[in-house]
Design a protein around this ligand. Structure first.
Ligand SMILES: [Zn+2]
Length: 169
């Protein structure tokens, strides 16, 4: 049974284009489709959706992106599936690629299978839905009372982007 909050987030979560995009051109691809979001700033990512959109297969060509249409424009997060978690990539304000790895933890199911959960490092909570803009946390960590600007940034520059920056500096 979903809480009211979860149902609201479900509705507010805008979409989602499963458009494979080249790493070099990450963020350049136009989303194939997206829903218009309300004024809410909340971004959420459901592990079940990533599975449904077939974004969790490691080694696939192209980087599928989740796209949100917000009041400030289009937000895009690349999803790079790995065996032990998901590497999310995005562009920062200056166009550099940033990454954030969210590992999986697995719990056994009744039928001998395994169920994957997200677990942000430093959080004891396993979750299926990640929240945030500058970080991706469980709902408890993120705290729905906080606006995105109060989030501590958790994304880090990709190594390659750092090198470019060093060379330019
Ligand atoms: Zn947490």
């Amino acid at each position: 049974m979903q809480s009211d909050t979860e149902q609201r987030l479900e509705r507010n979560r805008s979409v989602i284009a499963n458009n494979p995009i080249d790493f070099e051109n990450f963020g350049m691809a136009r989303p194939r489709s997206y829903a218009t979001s309300t004024t809410e700033e909340i971004r959420s990512i459901d592990l079940a959706d990533l599975r449904r959109w077939r974004m969790l297969t490691p080694g696939r060509t192209g980087i599928p992106a989740i796209t949100w249409c917000t009041g400030h424009g289009i937000d895009q997060l690349g999803v790079i599936a790995q065996r032990d978690g998901v590497l999310f990539v995005r562009r920062d304000g200056e166009g550099y690629l940033e990454k954030l790895f969210i590992p999986f933890v697995f719990t056994p199911t009744k039928f001998g299978g395994q169920r994957a959960w997200f677990r942000y490092p430093g959080c004891r909570q396993s979750c299926r839905i990640l929240y945030g803009v500058n970080s991706l946390r469980c709902r408890k960590c993120w705290g729905l009372k906080y606006q995105s600007q109060y989030e501590a940034p958790a994304f880090r520059l990709l190594e390659r982007a750092r090198k470019v920056r060093r060379r330019l500096g």
